[in-house]
Design a protein around this ligand. Sequence first.
Ligand code: AQP
Length: 341
Amino acid sequence: MQTILTGVRANEEPTIGNFLGAYKSMVNLANEHSANSNINMFVPDLHSFTTPIDHSKLYAQVIKGIKYYIAAGLDANNPNIHIYRQSHVPAHSELAWILDCFTYFGEASRMTQFKEKSEEHADAITVGLFNYPILMAADILLYDAKYIPLGEDQFQHLELTRDIATRLNNKFGEDLFTIPAPEKEQVKFMHLEHGLRIRNLVDPSKKMSKSSENEKTKISLSDDPKAAAKKIMSATTDSEGVIRFDMINQPGISNLLTIEALLTDRNIQDVIADWAGQTSYGDLKRKVADTVEHFLADFQEKVANITDEQVEQVLAKGEEYANRVANAKLAKVQKAVGLIK
Ligand code: AQP
């Protein structure tokens, strides 16, 4: 069976960018493929402190992250859907070390996210931040995952994973790792035209990020629905005066059209056609604000109805599966590199 895998760091409250780029893509794929594919959704909690966080909140955030996966629509009772925590599967860290020794400093140094986050956190650039794409490679390769629903910002890390896996396969045998599909194939698999990047509401040339300190730039999944609607109403647009989908010249308007289409499960081209030629940015904002408000109210109600006991049961099942599969792959790699017979 092929494996489809993704995760969302538990460092801060996730945004609708994370929801649309990762959670919703994964739920759509699970609905389509869970009869004949493993659907692995994990919380990469070891990635959570590659940048500074409040550690006293981490455990609760991880548990909330699991509730979000279930509320987003992943049916944990499905035998092919596996929900687990990275830190509870020690093989992730062990494989990451082995992969480190087959990754060149130069290629890891080229990761643009490392450069960007180093600028943001110039006083705390850790080796963990530098190393995180290699741990991400281990997260993927341990399960032979071919499809990884990700936002556009993560495609460079996916390419690095492919390079590392190809290098080890060339050295130790072609069947060591499944090589994840390249970017274009991933996008096609998600039924998208290009990688998803929900924009920052204040500066739409940037992506929406959960760690942004300015609350106005992002809609978090725990935002009060009415307050979130107000953020949409004050989102930066442009002075063109006509509603068009044009990410280069009208990124703010294009972002609103994208959010509207994805949250209402409509084809983006249909939404663009509905608004084509209209001139009232206020009308578009009111429609998207209403959509966001209703989405958040409904999502938060679902989260509130999931108990900690349910989460424990889901994790017990998911982590038993994950340890079994990951340990078997780790043993194969340990044998290949000469650590065991
Ligand atoms: N703005 C976005 N649009 C679409 N997808 C996005 N993702 C993140 N932001 C957007 C996707 O969410 C998944 C999990 O992300 P992550 O937290 O593991 O890492 P990230 O990419 O660093 O996400 P953030 O929100 O930007 O987090 P911070 O601010 O903490 O660094 C990935 O699939 C990502 O593509």
